[in-house]
Design a protein around this ligand. Sequence first.
Ligand SMILES: [Zn+2]
Length: 285
Amino acid sequence: MNDLTYIQKRFVTYIETIMKSDKLSHSYLIEIGDISMDFPFILLFVKMILCPKNILEVEQFNCSSCNTCKLIDEGNFPDLEIVEAEGAQIKKRQLLSLKDEFQKKSLIGRRRVYIIKNAEKLNPSSANTILKFLEEPSDDIIAILLASNRYQVLDTILSRCQILSLYDASDIGIVDDVVVRLIKYIIHGDDLFVHYKEIYEEILVDKEKAKDIFICIEQVFIRFLSLSASSSGEKDEQFSFLESVNKNKILSYITIIEEELPKLVYNINYKLWLDSIYSRFVEVK
Ligand SMILES: [Zn+2]
């Protein structure tokens, strides 16, 4: 649990909450970054779903010791199927055999999960094979579709899935108070320096934390801009204070984060880096 990123921890907390209230959906589309980096985390999600230990009893879910969790880690759990594109596409044949497999009864008698990697490689014909399956699953089947970008996935698939994101923290319910606080400081500019000690000691304690939080802030800004540009009327109550901020200012903040964040991977002095990004925020007019 400790080596999870900020966004991953939020994801786990979110899943724990919905599982406790028994509101697990039947189909998820999860936006992930690098598949080799993020896939172990997706398996953690699968373990949360399939582990026979009651989620209510496992505080900060970390079971890797029961038989089910062990088999999942080894890739040998019979009620977990993983479909992967063969070349440029996911073939219809692959999905038909998946469907066949899942029409049989569960071997263990609990939930079953299938994962479709690269859901953007589902073409209309292969997608058609599983639409009904996604729509009317039997109670014990849960689909997890992975994609690097939701906008590359067919609408017919998207509309049948609950969409979550591993790099868009603003999708996962409410953003932490500290992030909201930091966004307010950024908007007021000088507050970044006024509250320097507090931010450094509580929020941006190190490079890793700073990276996660600035990615989150960037996503909040992007989401805010896209919501205010759409006519859906959907709004984030939590960020209603952004409405009084000039949109160009928000765009500038996004640009600064995108330009400054990559520098964190180099061996630079973290405090100097903070000073430099703060100064750039303060200069935004
Ligand atoms: Zn377990």
